[in-house]
Structures are given as structure tokens and as C-alpha cells.
Ligand binder design. Structure first.
Ligand SMILES: Cc1cc2nc3c(=O)[nH]c(=O)nc-3n(C[C@H](O)[C@H](O)[C@H](O)COP(=O)(O)OP(=O)(O)OC[C@H]3O[C@@H](n4cnc5c(N)ncnc54)[C@H](O)[C@@H]3O)c2cc1C
Length: 369
């Protein structure tokens, strides 16, 4: 039985694009994105940080794919001149000898991640505006222009023959007893469109659960979604910092704490915080009233903060698979070799860093058939 495409990828965020680039050297690829602009959901609403891989559960996909993805991403940036900078990050503790710093240091040693411990004096020399008792310095943490990165992924996928259909919403997919190819119903800007593919790859981010249900994945295999919004405030004026400044991460790794990141233009922003949402309220609004909460969190490590320089900026929504009272969960990659489907659930941070490693993972999975 023949099909129009070897692979149909649903979702043109950074992960769908990375997978489209990877698989377009193996076979024909169709990528469908509901919006006109690629990467306009979570992939353009994040901190644009290339994470070192310090935080994740030992042996988890988040850990291994972040470590691998970081190397692949730095190589990619150098090779294709994607604006990026290994600016380095400080994780600051307010109490001396905080056991959380020991744990992170131990983990870094085990994983071979470079990490230095700075005392208050070293910290003062390097970051005079920061108040803390001690800090860990991670030199391999960096920042990236995620838009240039996604443009490069798209360009390379298209050059290798991938068809990237914008304004094309995936509606449903099914297989029949007579034909193992996926019959796929789409809605394009010109109206309904049907096609077929041997493999169905679901990279729909916050809508991955809906896409999985609409392609017949059993409800027992679809993890619950707990959307969790993170807001950002920009900080006008010159940056008071040279590095990214992070407090210690939140309990259960719900978030990494309201941190200071710099973009490649040197503009500082603070965030994201964590706010669990009802799944029918996925708005990106940043309420100005959050300023007080931000100011008190930031003052713990940046006492000279001028609250008036904080302006509501943007928000992103993490597609979490656990709620506030549950333990942190891993990426959930549901592969069915027989059915030829791959569903990616819960691709929250470090999904940007891990994107090229997720693409390698997808390639290995579809090549095993
Ligand atoms: C606040 C925040 C901060 C973060 N910071 C970082 C960071 O600093 N570093 C890092 O490594 N990671 C970070 N992340 C995580 C990272 O942004 C995500 O892991 C990554 O962007 C996920 O990409 P994706 O392609 O899986 O999802 P998305 O970007 O959400 O893409 C999914 C796409 O699927 C499309 N889609 C959905 N349904 C359909 C349909 N039916 N038909 C067609 N298209 C559909 C959507 O329109 C969307 O474009 C952060 C995330 C958040 C929320």
C-alpha cells in the first residue's frame, strides 16, 4: 500500500521542526502547523536558555536529552551561524552551605558538567549587584536566538524536500484493517484536505493530548495535561548583570524560580513564575498586578531593584504532566512501532535545549522498523 508521505509531523514548534529536519533525510515529510507563523506557541515564549542539564531526575529523558541536546545545539549554532552566547549562569543561595548547592555540585560531578562554587567575595567581584551567600557558576549555560534557530531548521528541512504547511490544522487520523497507512484529515486556509502517511508524529505541544485522542490513541495511554503559565517582566535600562542569575529551583521542579535572563541584545527579563491553569484558560496575559510578587522574589538576590523598571512582557505555558502536589514528571514519548505512531507529551523545559536530541531519538525510533 502506498502513502503520500513517509512521515506526517503535527506541530511546527521547535521540536516538530527539528524532527522534520532530521527525518527529511530519510524520507518524504509533511509538517502541518495550525498558525501562519511557525513556533509561535511555547517555542517563542520561553527563556531562550541553553541549559547545562543540572536539574533533572537521574536517568530521565530530560537529563539525557538535555545533555546530548546541549552539545548538538552548540555545534549547530556554530556551524550555521545562529546567534548564541555561552554567557554562563549563577545559581545563588541565600544561606551559607545550603545542601541544595552540594546536591547540584555532586550531580554536576557525576554527569561531567563543569560547575564552580563561588564564595561571597568571588560573587561580589563578578556580580556586584547580586546579594547571596554563595553561588554555583555554570559556564556551559548559554542563550540562543530561538527564532533564528527555528528558521534554520525550517530552511534545512525544506531544502531536503519537506513540505511545511502553515495555517493547516490537523483534525483527525485513522488506519483501517486494509491499509496500514494513516489517513489524515487536515483543514487548510483553502478548506478541508486529506492525505496519507506511513508514520504519524505528534509534536503538538499543548494540544498533543487532543491530537492523540483524534488519532485514536487509547485514553489510558494519554497522560493528563496540567498547563502551567510562566510570566515574564522586562527590566528597562542597562543590565545590572553579566550572567544569568537563578535562585535555587522550586520544590518538585515546578519552575526554576524567578530568574534573570539576558537576551542577545543585553536586555534583562525576569521570570518565569509558575501558575497552574484550568485547561480551558490558556491565555498569555501578564497581569500588571504580578509586579509585587516579582519584585519581592527578585529583591532576595537583587536588592537594588527599581520596581518601576519592571514592565509586564510576555507569558508562556508549560505542558506539564503533573500538578502542583505531584512529583516532577519526565518527557513522555509514546512510540508504537506496529502502528507507526509517535506522540510527544509534556515537552516542557528543557525542550528547546533538547530539541536536536529529541529529533535523533525520533530518527532512531522510526529507523528500527
Ligand atoms: C515559560 C517557559 C520557559 C521555558 N524556557 C526554556 C528554556 O530556557 N530552555 C529550554 O530548553 N526550554 C525552555 N522551555 C521549554 C521549551 O520552550 C519547550 O519545551 C519547547 O518550545 C516545546 O516545543 P514544541 O515544539 O514541543 O511545542 P510548541 O512550541 O508548543 O509547538 C507545538 C505546535 O503545534 C501546533 N499545533 C497544535 N495543535 C495543532 C493541530 N491540531 N494542527 C496543527 N498544528 C498544531 C501549535 O500551533 C504549535 O506551534 C520553556 C517553556 C516555557 C513555557
Amino acid at each position: 500500500m502506498s502513502s503520500d508521505f513517509d512521515f506526517c509531523i503535527i506541530g511546527g514548534g521547535v521540536v516538530g521542526l527539528a524532527i522534520a529536519r532530521q527525518l527529511s533525510s530519510l524520507g518524504s515529510v509533511l509538517l502541518t502547523e495550525q498558525h501562519d507563523l511557525l513556533g509561535s506557541e511555547t517555542s517563542s515564549r520561553n527563556s531562550e536558555v541553553i541549559h547545562a542539564g543540572l536539574y533533572y531526575a537521574p536517568g530521565s529523558l530530560k537529563e539525557s536529552l538535555c545533555l546530548r541536546g546541549k552539545h548538538l545545539l552548540y555545534d549547530f549554532c556554530q556551524r550555521y551561524q545562529i546567534p548564541h552566547r555561552p554567557i554562563g549562569k549563577l545559581i545563588v543561595a541565600q544561606q551559607p552551605n545550603d545542601p541544595a548547592l552540594d546536591q547540584l555540585q555532586h550531580k554536576a560531578q557525576q554527569l561531567g558538567i563543569p560547575l564552580q562554587r563561588w564564595n561571597q567575595q568571588q560573587l561580589q567581584q563578578q556580580e556586584p549587584a547580586v546579594r547571596a551567600s554563595e553561588a554555583l557558576y555554570s559556564p556551559t549555560t548559554g542563550i540562543i536566538d530561538s527564532h533564528s534557530y527555528m528558521q534554520a531548521l525550517t530552511h534545512q528541512a525544506e531544502q531536503q524536500g519537506a513540505l511545511v504547511m502553515r495555517q493547516t490544522r490537523f483534525l483527525a487520523a485513522q488506519q483501517t484493517n486494509h491499509d496500514p497507512a494513516w489517513q489524515i484529515a487536515l483543514h487548510t486556509s483553502d478548506g478541508p484536505f486529506t492525505t496519507s502517511a506511513r508514520w504519524l508524529i505528534n509534536c503538538a505541544g499543548l494540544q498533543a493530548q487532543q491530537v492523540a485522542a483524534a488519532s485514536g490513541l487509547a485514553a489510558t495511554h494519554i497522560p493528563d495535561l496540567y498547563p502551567c503559565r510562566g510570566h515574564y517582566f522586562s527590566y528597562s535600562g542597562r543590565s545590572p548583570f553579566r550572567h544569568l542569575i537563578y535562585p535555587l529551583p522550586e520544590k518538585n521542579l515546578t519552575g526554576l524560580g524567578i530568574h534573570a535572563t539576558l537576551d542577545l541584545g543585553g536586555q534583562v527579563k525576569f521570570g518565569p513564575d509558575t501558575e497552574y491553569l484550568a485547561s480551558d484558560d490558556l491565555s498569555y496575559q501578564v497581569r500588571p498586578q504580578l509586579r509585587d510578587k516579582f519584585a519581592s522574589a527578585i529583591r532576595r538576590y537583587f536588592p537594588a531593584l527599581d520596581e518601576q523598571q519592571l514592565q509586564p512582557d510576555y507569558a508562556g505555558i508549560r505542558p506539564k504532566l503533573h500538578n502542583a502536589s505531584q512529583s516532577a514528571t519526565d518527557f513522555c514519548l509514546r512510540l508504537d512501532q506496529a502502528q507507526k505512531s509517535l506522540h510527544l507529551f509534556g515537552i516542557e523545559s528543557p525542550g528547546l535545549t533538547a530539541s536536536l536530541a529529541l529529533a535523533e531519538w525520533a530518527e532512531r525510533s522510526v529507523s528500527r522498523e
